[in-house]
Every structure is written in C-alpha cells, then in structure tokens.
Design a protein around this ligand. Sequence first.
Ligand code: NOJ
Length: 540
Amino acid sequence: MFKFILPVLLLITSCLGRPESQIRRFPNDFLWGVGSSAYQIEGGWNADDKGESIWDFLTHTHPEKIADQSNADISADSYHQWKRDVQMVKKLNVGTYRFSLSWPRIMPGGYKNRVSTAGIKYYSNLIDELLRYNITPMVTIYHWDLPQKLQELGGWTNPEIIPLFKDYARFVLKTYGDRVKTWTTINEPWHVCECGLGLDYMAPSYNYPGIPSYLCGHNLLKAHAEVVHMYREQFQSKQGGRIGITLDTSWMEPKDINSTDDREASERAMQFYLGWFAHPIFSEHGNYPKVMIERIRNLSKKQGFGVRSRLPEFTTEEIHRIRGTSDFFGINSYTTKLVTLNGHNNTGQFPVPSFNHDMGVVETQKGVDWPSSGSDWLKVYPKGMYNLLMWINREYNAPEILVTENGVSDRGGLEDYARVDYYNLYLSAVLDAIEDGVNITGYIAWSLMDSYEWKVGFTEKFGLYHVDFNSPKRTRTPKISARVFAQICKTNTIDLRYRPKLNEEQQQVAMAQLPAENQVARTSGASQLKSEGSSSPGSL
Ligand code: NOJ
C-alpha cells in the first residue's frame, strides 16, 4: 500500500509545483557567511609599505574609466576599521567571513624577496579577531589586485606568474594556515582574464580581444593547480584545512526554450563562461570543454593563425595535474542572460577574433520583466540560480557546491527592501536545488558593506551595511537587509513575513542623508538619537 501512496504523493506534489510556503528551513549544518575583498574595502592604498596594485595604477592613471572617477584609496577604510568590521560580521550571526588578501600589501613588489611586516600583521590581527568571536575565516588568496610590477612583466599572460603566485601562496599558507582552514586560490578567473584583458571592464584594461585572455586562463589554471598541490603536499595534513577555487557565471537561459538553436546557445555559453575554468578542474577527463577547443581551433585556422589555436593546448600531464584540484565548487552568481545563436545575419557584432565571436552566442536581457534595483546588468531572476545549480550538479557529477557570492546592488539607502526580496527569492531557489538533490553546503552573501564596485566606483552598492563615504569615520549602519539576513542566519530559515521597519538608529542615519529640505518631514516619528559612531556596535 505505502509503496503506491508515496510515489503518487510525490507525483502530485511535483505536478502542483512546490508549496508556496512563507517559511522555509535550511539543513541544520548549512554554512552562512558574508564576503568582501581587499581592494574594495581596505583603503590604505599606500599605508606603511604597501606596493601598488593594478587597480591603484588604473584608477590613478585613468580615472575617466571609472563611472564616478573615484578610486579606492580610502574606500571603507577597513585597513583601520577591521575591529568594527568583525563586530558587524558577528552581528549578522554568520559563521564565516570571506575576505581576500592583498598581494602587494604582503609582498609590495610582488616577489618574495620583500615582505611587509605591517601587511602581514594586518591580516593576522583580523584573523585572530574573527576567531575570538568564533567566526571562521575563509580566505581568497587572489581577488584581482595584482602587484603592478608583475603586470609590467605581462601579468597573467606571462608563464612566470606561475612560480610567482606559488611563492606568494606558499607564504600566506604557511603564515596563516594554522588559523585559516578554508582557502580559495583565485576569485572569478573569467573576470580576471576576459574582463581584464579581452575587454576593458577590469584592470589592467587591455581591451585586446581574442588572444591574451586565453593565455591568462592557461597560466591561471596551472598556477591554481600548483598551489593546490603544494597545499595538499606540504600543509593540508598538518593544518587540516580545505582549498578550492571560486568560479563565476550568470545563468545562460535559452531565449526560446522550444528552439533547438537557443538550447544549443545556452549549453555553448555555459561551456565558454563556466566550462572554460570548471571543465579542466571538475570534469571527469579534465581539459577545456570540447566545444571551446574545436570552435577556437577552427576559427583560428580560418583567421590565418595556422595550426596553432589561439586557445593554448595542455599536455596530457598538465591535464592530469589540473584535474581534481578543488575540494569544493565555489560559485559566484548574480543574474541571468537570455541567449540565442549568433546566425549569419549577426556577423559584425563582435570583434574578430574575440571571446564572444569564438562563442558565437548573442546575449540579451531586453524584453524581460525581471526587476532591477539600479544596475545595468543585474536583473532579478531567481529561477536562473536554480537552473545554474542544477547544471553544475549534472555537468560535474554532483560536487559539493559553496555559493561563495550572491547579492544585489542598488543606488544606496537603508530601506533596501529590494535586497531583502532578492535574498529571500535567491535563497528559496538555492533551497529548491538542495531539495532536488544538489549538494550545496553554504551561502555567502555579497557583501558585508558598501564598497568600491570596480569600474562603477561608488555608484552601486551591494552592502548589508551602509557606509557613509562622506564621513572621515566611514560610519557603518546596518540596512534593513542586515537585520533580515541576521535573522535568516540565526534561525536557519527564510521567513517571507519578516519585513522589519527602520529602527530609531537607522531612521536617524537615513534622515541625515536626505537633502536638508526633506529632513523635517522625516523627523516626525524618529526619536532624537545620536547617529552611531564608527566604533559603536549599535543595534546590529
Ligand atoms: C563579483 C566580484 O567577486 C566582486 O568583487 C564584485 O563586487 C561582485 N561580483 C559584484 O559585482
């Protein structure tokens, strides 16, 4: 009897879709975290003996490339306010803080011949402070701030970067590995290589399509693998930690799900964006995805490059060395694109050669009714997150997945209900994937606080905490989303009914941000509390 009832019940539930529950629970041991990165929050760009990074160089020499011509010389001043940062992390009830180390802060010239005592101490203090409050540090070794001196040697396009990255990584693993048990080598290789070199979206802003990004990817994968082997051989058994990589992609949704071409576009785009770095590490046979190898080889031949493809080849030994070099699948994702095949009539829309031309897929977000709270690219489509997690699960044989970044930007303010909705909806999508068998063990919200958002400077905000960039103290104030996220982490539950209003402290800060003529109206109802100073932990 039961043998019959259970499958029927399951069938009915799946036909009806998931029950629209207001309250949903995560597995008991689910890991909650919040993230940041060195260049985006630290400031202190030349404090003590810190060296120059490619972002210092780009923002100082080409401010016109940044939306508001700003730089992160001071940013949220975490170089001085790390104790306050730890208090904020603690108030969010998360177990993990994901942050990155700045290579030029630790090795000012990029080489191991000169290390900065002040730089080493900065991260050591931060790690100790986190541990004091039982917060687990998750450390990214490289989050985009390459020492400028190494860029002058060609940066990631020069194979010399492999031993140099290894030297830097060895030093930090040795120095901090007694206390840091979760490492990621590199954040978002696709952005490092394609946005930095193929396009001009990120430092060093080469805008040189079709060649350097593939050299970068090749060296980056080898450098990553060398560091993981070194960790496993020299540190892992003694230190007992884990090491992996954080990849990124938007979900690539077929524009018309009934079109075979659009479904092919989706699959191909996933392989180019994510497979480029995921396939060599996580797939059964390693190496780049077949579709990338073939398309780039054929196009290179047609374009007169001869038999040497613009996508370099791995030797069999290298394929084996890279395969399996991640203890978990770290994924950053924010949005979805609609994709369709680039037909003959679309010739000319991409430079030749280029990553996009090689991929031969057209992406768009036009015509969708997905909301956005202030960004050109970040449209809210939670189903895309679910689809992406299912795709990774299928494609790479059910790896352990850590969502290492997810969040939404807006143009500022403390009443960020759009962010609250985003977290609830995306977390619901994560939970759907867990319920459908995907091994997702943690979720790290981006970001702890408002910070420098690369090429868009301070015009877009991702923080759970607001930072007043006009005050010398860089005063931090929790937004509504901080209170909701803290509740989620505390209860291990998303509760769509929980929509707190601004408390007195928040009202006061919100009011101070309004133009003077609007402040009177806002005062009614708000008590006369003093705005919270940067050292006071406040209500959250
Ligand atoms: C990914 C990057 O890792 C992070 O630095 C950035 O702020 C977020 N995406 C949002 O764009």
